[in-house]
Every structure is written in structure tokens, then in C-alpha cells.
Design a protein around this ligand. Structure first.
Ligand SMILES: Nc1ncnc2c1ncn2[C@@H]1O[C@H](COP(=O)(O)OP(=O)(O)OP(=O)(O)O)[C@@H](O)[C@H]1O
Ligand SMILES: C[C@H](N)[C@@H](CCCCCC(=O)O)NC(=O)O
Ligand SMILES: [Mg+2]
Length: 235
């Protein structure tokens, strides 16, 4: 029997840490288990349109077999050309979209898909509009945060700061996944120490470490170990 899975809000400790790669793994994981997941990037910056090379939705649609003939535009709320925080990109381009409107789009998807995999832009203090930062959008998203973090040097600080900000608002993340996509793998002892520090100084578990993925269409089975730990019990 399929377990009840919450919608997931993929947050990052920074921009470029692997949120889209983690979203891809989530999509693959849930398709393979008979779910009807849906990827959504409410605010995409640094893109001409949803088909641009830097479009996160395009990356997902290209690498998920079930989506390869579908339109990635369905998974993008709004696209801004400037590679900046959404609020500033929108202000520069003279077209703000309210978070409320984006939420309505998300709500419609809930009628047909589960779980939703929602990817934030940048880290959690990034302004999404004049009044809200990513962190402010979490309660209304109706989705549970999963934190993508770098595996190597610097991640203790960024990850603990991210968790501390969430805890201050009584937001409990599902866990942390380390992404180690660099050409040189982070030494094993450093990864273990990073996990030790995060788990000692917070109540959040580092559920898994994803090594460098060579073929995004076919990630190695161990890339899903962390997701299995989090979701096998139904979260
Ligand atoms: N495990 C991995 N294996 C191979 N490459 C990876 C891995 N994790 C991340 N990358 C690469 O690192 C880069 C940044 O990752 P990604 O685009 O997922 O970051 P992001 O957090 O979604 O960034 P943004 O804030 O722009 O949305 C990409 O080129 C991605 O392919
Ligand atoms: C341009 C980036 N790729 C990203 C926005 C990152 C904003 C970071 C702002 C900051 O922390 O200084 N856009 C996006 O995820 O759609
Ligand atoms: Mg991304």
C-alpha cells in the first residue's frame, strides 16, 4: 500500500547547492514507487523562459522519462531574466507576481498530483517579493521542508544557520541531504564530521549523502538512500 507522503518544499542552504538535483531525485523516487509527483518552481530567475538552458524545470523534464514529451512551462510559476533574488529581478523587470497568486497555481496542482515537489529560489532568506523571503512562504506552501546542503567545507555553518532560522519559527524540516557533486569528492572523514556537527547542534538528521551523479537520467541506486530513510515510513 502507498504511504501518505506530504508535499515537499526543497530548500537550500544557498543558491547552487543542489536543490534541483535533489528535486530530480525526489521525482524519480516517487515515480518509481507508483506516485504521481509534480515538480514546481514558483519563482525562477536567470532564465529567458522555461525552455532556457538555465531553467530548472527544463532540467527536470529532460531527465525524467515520464516528462520528456511534456511542457516544462507547466512547472514554472514565473520566470525572470535577471539572475538575482526574485524580488530584485521582478523589480528590475517591472513585473511583480504576488506569492498568493503562485499559491493558487500550486493548489490547483494538488487536485491531480501528489506529492508536489516545490523548489525554492536560492537560500531561505532570499526575498521573493517586497514583504516575503523564502522562509516566510513556508507555512502557506502547505509543504514540508527538506534541506539541500553542500557536503564539504562550509556546510556546518550554512546548514546550522538554516536550521536555526527554521527552528526559531517552529518549522521542523524533514531532514538534510548533502549533495557532493564536485569533480573531487569530499573526503569521507570530513563528511562524517559535518554530519556529526549538524546532528549534535540541531535536532535535524542528515539523512543522506548524494555523490557525483554521472547520468542524471539514471542516478545510482545509493543516491536514493537518504530519501528512503525519510520517506519509507511515510514521513
Ligand atoms: N550530486 C551531484 N552530481 C553532479 N552534479 C551535481 C550534483 N549536485 C549538484 N550538481 C550540479 O551542481 C550545480 C548546482 O546544482 P543545482 O542546480 O541543483 O543547484 P540549486 O540549488 O538548484 O541552484 P538554484 O539556487 O540556482 O536553483 C548544477 O550544475 C548541478 O548539476
Ligand atoms: C540565479 C539563481 N540561480 C537563483 C537565485 C539566487 C538568489 C540568491 C540571492 C542571494 O542569496 O544573494 N535563481 C533561481 O533559483 O531561480
Ligand atoms: Mg535550482
Amino acid at each position: 500500500m502507498k504511504k501518505d507522503i506530504p508535499d515537499i518544499y526543497v530548500l537550500g542552504t544557498d543558491t547552487g547547492v543542489g536543490k534541483t538535483v535533489l528535486s530530480l531525485l525526489l521525482m524519480r523516487y516517487f515515480y518509481d514507487r507508483g506516485y504521481t509527483p509534480f515538480y514546481f518552481k514558483p519563482l525562477q530567475t536567470g532564465c529567458r523562459d522555461p525552455y532556457d538552458t538555465d531553467s530548472d524545470a527544463k532540467f527536470i523534464y529532460e531527465n525524467i522519462e515520464e516528462l520528456k514529451d511534456q511542457d516544462p512551462a507547466a512547472s514554472v510559476g514565473v520566470c525572470y531574466r535577471n539572475p538575482k533574488a526574485p524580488y530584485f529581478a521582478a523589480r528590475n523587470e517591472g513585473r511583480q507576481v504576488s506569492w498568493q497568486i503562485l499559491l493558487e497555481g500550486l493548489q490547483k496542482k494538488r487536485e491531480r498530483f501528489s506529492p508536489l515537489v516545490v523548489e525554492a529560489a536560492g537560500g531561505i532568506f532570499v526575498p521573493v517579493d517586497r514583504d516575503n523571503r523564502v522562509i516566510d512562504t513556508i507555512p502557506s506552501s502547505g509543504a514540508q521542508p527538506l534541506i539541500a546542503a553542500r557536503a564539504g567545507l562550509g556546510t556546518i555553518n550554512h546548514t546550522l544557520l538554516t536550521i536555526a532560522a527554521l527552528e526559531q519559527r517552529n518549522i521542523e524540516p524533514l531532514g538534510v541531504i548533502f549533495l557532493d557533486g564536485g569533480e573531487t569528492a569530499t573526503p569521507e572523514d570530513m563528511i562524517e564530521e559535518n554530519i556529526e556537527a549538524i546532528e549534535r547542534y540541531s535536532r535535524v538528521r542528515v539523512a543522506g549523502v548524494v555523490g557525483r551523479i554521472a547520468d542524471f537520467r539514471h542516478p545510482a541506486p545509493e543516491c536514493f538512500d537518504g530519501l528512503e530513510k525519510i520517506f519509507a515510513g511515510g514521513a
